[in-house]
Ligand binder design. Structure first.
Ligand code: PGA
Length: 249
């Protein structure tokens, strides 16, 4: 049995005071969800407020990106050590918006995952195909490349430390959720890549989240699939009541 992860990706939304207000409502609503890893990933500037608000709860805090260097002349960047210092336990790596708008590649994602693991952060490595790739029957080829050119290069020990999020780009922010069957097929394919690279036990232990228009009314159908171990939630994680409904699906 893989422990579910419900992670909220706030993207570029909310200020520190809005973060604190979110947690006031969210905390009691998820107080009984001890069987799930509940992770909130706000923008960098909100991480201290989120960490304070999550103190003495089982809610965990994550960042949405990091730089691979420990420190240095990298204007505008934030290191894994800095994230740890403000209470982060998780970090999202290679979200499709970072791939599409900010030049993230498998190569940079690999360096980020290594830096995160070295510092004790748990990476959530995002993969997923574009609409035209799905329509031209390239989904498996894309997922295989994204897996092998990044996660597949990790050591077995490193691989045990990551989670993977399958997020088909055509489902992100569009309201068009993948059907449980489509998501399940992609997850099984990713797990097969993990099995080939790292063996059955590592593949079976790997938590693979689905992301893309997850809402309170579709989470139940997704989580009914054996292959789906949780969700990476964008829009619906901004509202404490709706994200709590997803956590408590
Ligand atoms: P969405 O975003 O839930 O708003 O579709 C998901 C994500 O980008 O992680």
């Amino acid at each position: 049995m893989r422990r579910p992860i419900m992670a909220g990706n706030w993207k570029m939304y909310k200020t520190p005071s809005e973060t604190s207000a979110f947690f006031e409502i969210f905390r009691p609503l998820v107080a009984d969800a001890a069987h799930v890893d509940v992770v909130v990933c706000p923008p960098f500037v909100n991480l201290p407020a989120a960490s304070v608000a999550a103190r003495e709860t089982h809610i965990q805090i994550g960042a949405q990106n990091l730089h691979w260097a420990k420190e240095g002349a990298y204007t505008g960047e934030v290191s894994a050590g800095m994230l740890r210092a403000v209470g982060c336990q998780w970090v999202i790596v290679a979200h499709s918006e970072r791939r599409q708008y900010f030049g993230e590649t498998e190569e940079t994602a690999f360096k980020k995952i290594c830096a995160a693991l070295d510092t004790g952060l748990k990476p959530i490595y995002c993969v997923g195909e574009l609409l035209h790739e799905r329509e031209s029957d390239k989904t498996h080829a894309v997922l295989a490349r994204q897996f092998h050119d990044c996660a597949g290069k990790l050591t077995p020990e490193q691989f045990r430390g990551i989670a993977i999020a399958y997020e088909p780009c055509w489902a992100i922010g569009t309201g068009k959720v993948a059907t449980p069957e489509i998501a399940s097929d992609a997850h099984a394919f990713i797990r097969e890549q993990a099995r080939e690279g790292f063996g059955t036990a590592a593949a079976e232990a790997c938590r693979i989240l689905y992301g893309g228009s997850v809402k309170p009314d579709n989470i139940g159908g997704l989580m009914a699939e054996d292959q789906i171990d949780g969700a990476l939630v964008g829009g619906a994680s901004l509202d404490p009541v709706s994200f709590a409904a997803i956590v408590n699906f």
